[in-house]
Design a binder for this molecule. Structure first.
Ligand SMILES: [Mg+2]
Length: 382
């Protein structure tokens, strides 16, 4: 079998899909994207196609090593997301070729299902509490919320109090048995992260995510040691080499690589194994589309330390275009009792609706992050 064509589709709300065709008619799908840089990643995939066309799609490990090593420069969100999308599509092809799910080729599933969490939005305590209650009524056993809005490197305690009020309202609304993740979103700097983590301790959170940016990870050691809340990080790390310092430094309790940013199934599987050796949990990042989510479930299936999966069904980014719109078998993402089953179909286990993809690619998108500013006019982390 030979790879004959790579084709990317920029589709709303903010995604990029990749179709890889072969001379035997088997096609594979991947999701190579960085939110806000979809066209740049698509261009990186196009550059990789010079090497890939004509190659045997089943030799995934060798292709991964070539894509990573033979470009001389390596790593970072653009390259590693392009590699991720190609890698996902190659695994999809391999699974379809053998007529088995990807997880069967990775040693077989260690679990039947995995817990999923839902995002809750809202600025005021009453809004977040109502949103949390609604999500729990839909069966979710865990929720995630943003911690703060913009926060300066040193800020006033009323901002901290605002975060506490929101978290307290959610805890009161959902009771003690629902997991609450609080995402600081890299908006918080070390001096305030310390204060916030301490103040949030009484609310028995599931985790605090990105208490500081990953490039400031050494600041996490104090936070990890000072709070009883598990600390999560990793959506902005892209390879084993990015994760090794975080793991060996003892900076985190949970890693959150994104299977569309960190080299795909091949690399995330290895990152998960590295974390297992440090007794660190895995919670794959995935605010993306259906191919990325299907990919995550394949990795969750075979990663002993995976315990929860992010997913974007109904997330605020997806207004008007949700992930189920792009597949013909949306039942694979039917959540029951707060869990989603490990997909059992061949390859990634989803049937991409190519007509819909082509139709929506005509619309495309130019999604960009908002740019926030502090009250003094300086730019704020979003
Ligand atoms: Mg996050």
């Amino acid at each position: 079998m030979k790879i004959t064509r790579l084709e990317t589709f920029i589709v709303p709300p903010r995604w990029c899909f990749l179709k890889i065709e072969t001379d035997e008619g088997i096609v594979g799908w991947g999701e190579p994207v960085v939110e806000g840089r979809a066209h740049t990643v698509a261009a990186a995939v196009e550059e990789l196609s010079d090497y890939l066309i004509g190659k045997d799609p089943l030799l995934i490990e060798d292709h991964w090593q070539v894509m990573y090593r033979a470009g001389f420069y390596r790593g970072g969100p653009i390259t590693m997301s392009a590699i991720a999308g190609v890698d996902q599509a190659l695994w999809d092809i391999k699974g379809k070729h053998h007529g088995v799910p990807v997880h069967a080729l990775l040693g077989g599933q260690v679990r039947d299902r995995i817990k999923v969490y839902s995002w809750i939005g809202g600025d005021r305590p009453s809004d977040v509490a109502n949103n949390a209650r609604a999500v729990v009524e839909r069966g979710f056993k865990a929720v995630k919320m943003n911690g703060s809005e913009e926060l300066q490197i040193i800020d006033t305690f009323d901002k901290v109090q605002g975060v506490i009020n929101n978290v307290a309202a959610v805890r009161e609304a959902v009771g003690p048995n629902i997991g609450i993740g609080v995402d600081f979103h890299g908006r918080v700097h070390k001096p305030m992260a310390k204060v916030l983590a301490k103040e949030l301790d009484p609310y028995k959170l599931l985790f605090i995510e990105e208490p500081v940016l990953s490039e400031n990870a050494e600041a996490l050691r104090d936070i990890v040691n000072q709070t009883s809340t598990p600390i999560a990080l990793g959506e902005r790390l892209y390879s084993r080499w990015d994760f090794k310092h975080i793991l060996s430094g003892g900076y985190v309790d949970i890693i959150q690589p994104d299977a569309s940013h960190a080299g795909g199934i091949t690399e995330c599987r290895k990152i998960a194994s590295m974390a297992e050796a440090y007794d660190v949990a895995l919670a794959l990042h995935c605010p993306l589309g259906p191919i990325a989510l299907a990919t995550c479930l394949q990795i969750d299936a075979v990663s002993y330390n995976a315990f929860i999966q992010e997913q974007s069904l109904g997330i605020h980014y997806n207004q008007g275009n949700d992930l189920l719109d792009y597949i013909r078998n949306p039942e694979v993402f039917r959540y029951e009792d707060g869990f989603v089953s490990i997909p059992q179909g061949p390859g990634l286990g989803i049937e991409v609706n190519e007509e819909k993809v082509r139709e929506m690619a005509k619309i495309g998108h130019r999604w960009r992050n908002p740019v926030w500013r502090h009250e003094d006019g300086s730019v704020a982390e979003w």
